[in-house]
Design a protein around this ligand. Structure first.
Ligand SMILES: N[C@@H](CCC(=O)N[C@@H](CS)C(=O)NCC(=O)O)C(=O)O
Length: 154
């Protein structure tokens, strides 16, 4: 496997070579078996299906309903959590002068309430085992937490 670092500081994701790979100029990107995947959720589910060993099956269960629950959380991560942390990325990572949007802060609290409702009943966001949903949500949560701190106790 060949890994290539994309230098955001030099806006390499806007360069000609990268735009040929992903016209949407986002990372991560995976090129495998002649196909290009430009979304982290598509990448991790594909990687687990294609290269995951049997002992890692719990990460993306084969059972249809359990898998649907993991998928639902992944869509939530992409469609809700990612939107809530957009201001953070724009301001901190891209250095743009944006005032944090009040609606994003409200959305962050809604996201935390939603996650809380899962985690009070279960140990992980999609059940009793660690799944791809926990890994994907954690990646967004650690940056959103910098904008709107998660309360340690309620
Ligand atoms: N839904 C995509 C979102 C990817 C995304 O927004 N990546 C950001 C970095 S965290 C990016 O590359 N932004 C650069 C840009 O939009 O130009 C995924 O999960 O892969």
């Amino acid at each position: 496997m060949l890994c290539r670092h994309v230098n955001f500081a030099k806006k390499e994701n806007q360069s000609d070579w990268f735009l040929k790979v992903n016209p949407n100029h986002t990372i991560p990107v995976l090129v495998d078996q002649g196909a290009t995947l430009c979304d982290s959720h598509a990448i991790i589910t594909y990687m687990t299906n294609q290269y995951g060993q049997n002992q890692h099956e719990h990460l993306y269960p084969k059972n249809f309903i359990q898998r649907a629950i993991v998928d639902e959380r992944l869509y939530f991560n992409n469609g809700v959590l990612a939107v809530a942390r957009k201001d953070f990325i724009t301001c901190i990572v891209w250095g743009e002068e944006v005032a944090f949007n009040r609606k994003s802060i409200e959305l962050a609290h809604k996201v935390y309430n939603f996650l809380e409702s899962f985690l009070t009943r279960r140990s992980y966001v999609a059940g009793e085992y660690l799944t791809l949903a926990d890994i994907a949500i954690n990646a967004h949560l650690i940056t959103l937490h910098k904008l709107v701190a998660v309360e340690e106790e309620r």
